[in-house]
Design a protein around this ligand. Structure first.
Ligand code: 5AD
Ligand code: SF4
Length: 456
């Protein structure tokens, strides 16, 4: 009988990718994914440690799982194994079991290829905490990737050596590592055979990828040669690694989508220095100018932290000025959250919560206005949308524009919607909101390569 696996992922897209690979690793043991923990045999919380809120969520979820286990025992139901993976697991290790004794297994982001062994070991008194960075490379031990649907993620780079003062990633994901070009292209081909039209290359510092000469631009070139693959994206990038070839690729690679997530964090040179970012606000402006020269319509997105230790009102205003000047199509912004073990957590001039909240509200108002203005410019235009999401209404589908906007699409009938799923279609945009566009099918675009039914 198939065993039921429920994985809940928090945090970044790499965790989403890791969850898919965990399922690949567990499939030979007879595990099949289910959408709810209720009757699962194995529950994995794939956790995020980036901010305190994300980490604390895990303990409330573990409380609910303890309740679930108790209910099942009372009802004489099947046992449930509870595992905590991801970045909280890496950072807190056996502290998790101390705080939540219902947890059977704790494993870090670099050890999940060993999940079958860990699970078999549990009954036999094996280790309950596996957070070493093993000498063998995880990627060499993972089975081939299963299909992910029309839009797929592919990790090409992992870890970080940049040590931004606020950030836990170098400690939870380890040193920077690039997967070799042949491994990446082989996995990309598998994903395309499984129905992927779009691949997003993932890495904590994806543009630092150095798996072949020519860097990420060369990898994007190689991937653009895959028939049936229509769109390429990559995330997340660091301004310091935005090299000439990669900037040029935005003007030259026909499959590379016109958008870039390039976190700047702050518009103040003082704060950027305190953050150990290794670039100034003007360095960032120059990169944006060069990108816009080769690709004038590029949609820029960014991450911001407000209330980093030492941030004055003037520093914060420099961030607002950068936002007003640059015009972001999309952005994430956060209150600074002190993370144990990072240099910024030890800095003086930590700011009161109220100041952080007030600055966040002002920044988000500015970013929201910038985003809405970007979206409004699309009303009345035709855009190509990869229809990769089913909607509640059977005559509708959801998808992404080249610029990464979410688009709600009326397909003019359930049958038409079913036939368009997984394809790129031309959509006439009728309305724009802060976070999405809405429109109707103008004409179904020819899909390149053979169309395979994606099992999403
Ligand atoms: N506090 C708040 N935000 C943070 N980020 C990373 N570390 C912290 C922290 N300690 C944000 C950064 C990063 C994004 C993934 O999360 O903006 O780019
Ligand atoms: Fe969260 Fe960073 Fe880990 Fe992703 S890599 S799960 S964002 S802590």
């Amino acid at each position: 009988m198939a065993k039921k696996l429920f994985i809940k992922s928090y945090g970044c897209q790499m965790n989403v990718y890791d969850a898919a690979r965990m399922a690949d690793v567990l499939a030979p043991m007879g595990y099949e994914n289910v959408d709810a923990p209720d009757d699962a045999d194995l529950v994995i919380l794939n956790t995020c440690h980036i901010r305190e809120k994300a980490a604390e969520k895990i303990y409330s979820e573990l409380g609910r799982l303890r309740g679930l286990r108790a209910e099942r025992m009372m009802a004489g139901g099947r046992a449930v194994t509870i595992a905590v993976g991801g970045c909280v697991a890496q950072a807190e290790g056996d502290e998790i079991i101390r705080r939540a004794p219902q947890v059977d297994l704790v494993f870090g982001p670099q050890t999940y290829h060993r999940l079958p062994d860990m699970l078999r070991g549990l009954g036999a008194g094996g280790a309950r905490v596996e957070t070493d960075f093993p000498v063998e490379a995880k990627f060499d031990h993972l089975p081939p990737a299963a299909a992910q649907g029309p839009s797929a993620f592919l990790t090409v780079q992992e870890g970080c050596d940049k040590f931004c003062a606020f950030c836990v990633v170098p400690y939870t994901r380890g040193a920077e590592f690039s997967r070799p070009l042949v491994a990446v292209t082989a996995e990309a081909r598998l994903l395309v055979e499984g129905g992927a039209r779009e691949i997003t290359l993932l890495g904590q510092n994806v543009n630092a990828w150095h798996g072949a000469e020519g860097g990420l631009a060369a990898l994007l070139d190689a991937l653009a040669g895959i028939d049936g693959l229509e769109r390429l994206r990559y995330t997340t990038s660091h301004p310091r690694d935005m090299d000439d070839a990669l900037i040029r690729a935005h003007g030259e690679n026909p499959k590379l989508m016109p958008c870039l997530h390039l976190p700047v964090q702050s518009g103040s040179d003082e704060i950027l220095a305190r953050m150990n970012r290794g670039h100034t606000a003007d360095d960032y402006r120059r990169i944006v100018d060069r990108l816009r020269r080769v690709r004038p319509d590029i949609a820029l997105s960014s991450d911001f932290i407000v209330g980093h230790p030492g941030e004055t009102e003037a520093d914060f205003e420099a961030t607002l000025a950068l936002v007003a000047e640059t015009g972001f199509a999309q952005a994430y912004s956060f209150k600074y959250s002190p993370r144990p073990g990072t240099p910024a957590a030890e800095m003086d001039a930590q700011l009161p919560e109220a100041v952080k909240a007030e600055r966040l509200a002002r920044l988000q108002a500015a970013l929201g206005a910038s985003q809405l203005a970007f979206n409004r410019a699309f009303v009345g235009r035709d855009v190509k949308v990869l229809l990769d999401r089913r909607a509640r209404h059977p005559a509708q589908l959801g998808g992404r524009s080249p610029h990464m906007q979410a688009v709600h699409v009326s397909c003019g009938g359930a049958e038409r919607a079913a036939s368009l799923f997984g394809r790129v279609a031309t959509v006439h945009i009728a309305a724009a909101h802060g976070n999405s566009l809405a429109g109707r099918i103008a004409a179904a675009a020819e899909a390149t390569g053979p169309l395979r039914q994606a099992s999403a």
